[in-house]
Ligand binder design. Structure first.
Ligand code: PLP
Length: 354
């Protein structure tokens, strides 16, 4: 604590991101990055855009909004761009959730939601998941101040069908329901088809996972023009240029290179099934993930010690020291080579020597 801090700076409980280690020899499976590099088109576009760094970027980001609108069959008025989806989430809390009115989110979910709730003084009801870690739909009805959850949920990876999302929307007609679709490209289908029918639906997606651009920081929201205007009002009261020239240029090409996106996404989904089968053969319990990670546990292996042992052997996975998650590890889907290394190390750690 410092005497120079405002009461807000004293009260906040900052989010703790997964470890970012600058060491190419480490196999990094802890922050759900894409194991494949971005499309070559992206790199060329960033190179070209670097010639104009002297100039401010577009404050309205129209070209990228149109590209994202096109692939979703919506006009650019339905799209908002931000500096990573974390920023879009923060703006959404400010734009749509009211201090004093309780929002609902799952008890086990993305840990940034409680951080934003505290930062913006928004009270919340944390809804317990069902015993099988699925979302109890009815408990999200009739919220006092709005609803937010990821689909697939994080860190469980469990996907919720559109029919259920529709019911949550229908039962919250006066409040915004935010569906954080950070991992949706690895799952069955986006809720974007519901946007025209539900003016209270805000979808948030990111280029960090399926488009291999975690380092570029581009996230976006899809919703009714009414909601998008609300986000614009907040953004333009904070910083007119939240996304830079290089990020805009790279993101446009990442959307345009659909073939590369399809190829890398398919490979990750195939590797997910392979890793799941391999871990099940080693008696791990695995939640049914539709994301680019698996949440795993083992009755006879302590999750924290497995995390520590893997780390010693050069493989970083995510261990959450949080109630309800003590027995789990979250493992991001790597390349086939990384997965073989992981399995080799796991075998070495869990198999007692003869
Ligand atoms: C559920 C969820 N939402 C949002 C994000 C943030 O992504 P970014 O800020 O990189 O777009 C993450 C990142 O891990 C996530 O897991």
């Amino acid at each position: 604590m410092s005497k120079f801090w405002s009461s807000l700076a004293k009260q906040v409980e900052p989010y703790i991101p997964g470890e970012q280690i600058n060491d190419d020899t480490i196999i990094k499976l802890n922050t759900n990055e894409n194991p494949y590099p971005p499309s070559k088109q992206v790199i060329r576009a960033i190179d070209e855009a670097s010639k104009n760094l002297r100039l401010y970027p577009s404050p309205t980001v129209d070209e990228l909004r149109s590209e994202i609108g096109n692939i979703n069959e919506l006009s650019k008025d339905h799209i908002f761009i931000g500096n990573g989806s974390d920023e879009v989430l923060a703006f959404s809390f400010m734009a749509f959730f009211e201090p004093g009115k309780r929002i609902k989110y799952p008890e086990i979910t993305y840990s940034f939601y409680p951080v934003y709730a505290k930062l913006f003084n928004i009270s919340s009801e944390q809804i317990m998941l069902n015993d099988d870690y699925t979302i109890p739909i009815e408990r999200f009805y009739d919220s006092d101040g709005g609803v937010i959850f990821p689909n697939p949920n994080a860190p469980t990876g469990i996907y919720l069908e559109l029919e259920a999302i529709k019911q949550i929307l229908e039962n919250n007609p006066s409040h915004v329901v935010i569906i954080d679709e950070a991992y949706i490209d690895f799952a069955k289908e986006s809720a974007v088809s519901l946007v025209e029918a539900f003016p209270n639906l805000l979808i948030i997606q990111t280029m960090s996972k399926s488009r291999s651009l975690a380092g570029l920081r581009i996230g976006f929201a899809i919703g009714s023009p009414e909601l998008i205007n609300g986000l614009e009002r907040i953004k333009n009261s904070f910083n007119s240029y939240t996304v830079d020239r290089l990020a805009i240029a790279g993101a446009i090409e990442a959307i345009r290179d659909n073939d590369y996106f399809q190829q890398t996404t398919t490979k990750i989904i195939e590797s997910r099934t392979y890793l799941k089968n391999q871990l099940e053969a080693r008696h791990f319990d695995i939640l049914p993930s539709q994301a680019n990670f698996l949440l795993i546990s083992h009755k006879e292996v302590n999750a924290e010690s497995l995390y520590q042992e893997l780390k010693k052997q050069g493989i970083l996975v995510r261990y959450f020291q949080k109630p309800g998650l003590e027995n789990f590890l979250r493992i991001s889907i790597g390349t086939p080579e990384q997965i073989e290394k992981l399995l080799e190390k796991i075998d070495h750690i869990i198999k007692p020597s003869p």
